[in-house]
Design a protein around this ligand. Structure first.
Ligand code: GYE
Length: 340
């Protein structure tokens, strides 16, 4: 909370020794209430990230009683650490951190704790001691993956394929990020349990450019790829470009030579229309609308209430293909949202 000192202007007047009137102004309601937030966003690598940044920027406005300092870490942890230190120096009321990777945050989080500035983690997590942050809000990345893998299994069976027919390229996200680790773990377990084949596995850093580069290289090396598991939609777009440049097709007819592309996010109309065409066969939704939920957490903390340490957002799974209508994970049934 900013405790503003009285400022000079028209309000109640006093008189100095020299006789000059000194005027104090009552602070306005909004000045009294204003909470200063330092938000270190990890980068601008994907459509998901842009939607997430928009959600945060539009939730911490003057109108809601916040003053937000936004910084973009450009996918570099060292930049994010510098940003946090500057927030500490500016004595912000809260730090919001969307960390690029999980490890290496202990030192700067201890500095924030010493300065008694609460830290809220957004999207990805850190592996530091849990006492060093107030709470976290984001997705269950492994659950997203398990839903998508169940979809791949059900869909390929419906197309008359055996699990051992699946030859998968796995384009990973930023290595060491929570999203990558959860989505890679989900696939690794499915590969083992179902008996699929992984031909290659490499990071595409959640970007279209790297997704295209990785896929281009694998298409030169293997001629039997029939599934590409991309850890986000931007990588999938890059992979589809590589597939088409190599004279292959990305599509649902995996039993007739198409390469089946699956991915995560589903946040823009453009991506959903790519999925409607079947070029991306299924997308496990990753919900970027964190702003209002983080604001509610801060309001609860301000009111002295205790909040859950780990807060999950709800997510769906999308496909335009009619073969699979639902998937079940841990006994919970998730309907497939049909996109047209
Ligand atoms: O899925 C991807 C982004 O951490 C959930 O990061 C996020 C992921 C998101 O670059 O598109």
């Amino acid at each position: 909370m900013i405790l503003s000192l009285p400022v000079f202007s028209g309000g109640c007047a006093d008189r100095t020794d020299s006789g000059t009137p000194v005027v104090f102004e009552e602070e306005t309601e909004s000045e009294k209430e204003q909470i200063t937030i330092g938000f270190s966003q990890l980068g601008a690598e994907s459509d998901w990230r842009s939607a997430n940044t928009d959600s945060m920027l539009s939730s911490f406005t003057d109108e809601y009683g916040y003053s937000l300092i936004y910084e973009n870490g450009q996918q570099k942890q060292s930049y994010q650490i510098t940003e946090l230190r500057s927030f500490i120096q500016q004595e912000v009321d809260y730090i919001l951190l969307a960390p690029v990777t999980e490890s290496g945050w202990d030192g700067v989080l201890e500095e924030a704790a010493e300065a008694e500035i609460p830290v809220i983690l957004v999207d990805r997590r850190v592996d530091a001691d849990k006492s060093l942050y107030s709470c976290w809000l984001g997705s269950d990345f492994e659950l997203e993956s398990r839903k998508l893998c169940e979809w791949v299994d059900a869909y390929t069976r419906a197309r008359g394929m055996e699990p051992s027919d699946l030859n998968i390229i796995h384009i990973q996200g930023t290595m060491g990020s929570t999203a990558q680790m959860g989505r890679s773990r989900g696939l690794a377990n499915a590969v083992r349990e179902k008996g699929w084949n992984i031909l290659g596995q490499m990071s595409g850093d959640f970007t279209e450019t790297k997704g295209r580069e990785v896929m281009t290289a694998y298409l030169k090396r293997f001629d039997n790829i029939n599934v590409v598991y991309c850890e986000n939609d931007n990588e999938a777009i890059g992979a589809i470009q590589a597939i088409e440049s190599a004279g292959r097709t990305a599509g649902p007819d995996i039993d007739k030579g198409d390469i089946l592309v699956v991915s995560f996010d589903g946040v823009t109309e453009d991506i959903l229309s790519v999925a409607a065409s079947g070029k991306i066969a299924a997308i496990a939704e990753c919900n970027p609308q964190h702003g209002p939920k983080v604001r509610a957490l801060i309001e609860a903390l301000e009111a002295g209430e205790s909040v859950e340490k780990f807060n999950y957002v709800d997510e769906r799974i999308f496909s335009a293909l009619p073969e699979v209508t639902e998937v079940t994970v841990d006994g919970v049934v998730y309907p497939i949202e049909r996109i047209e």
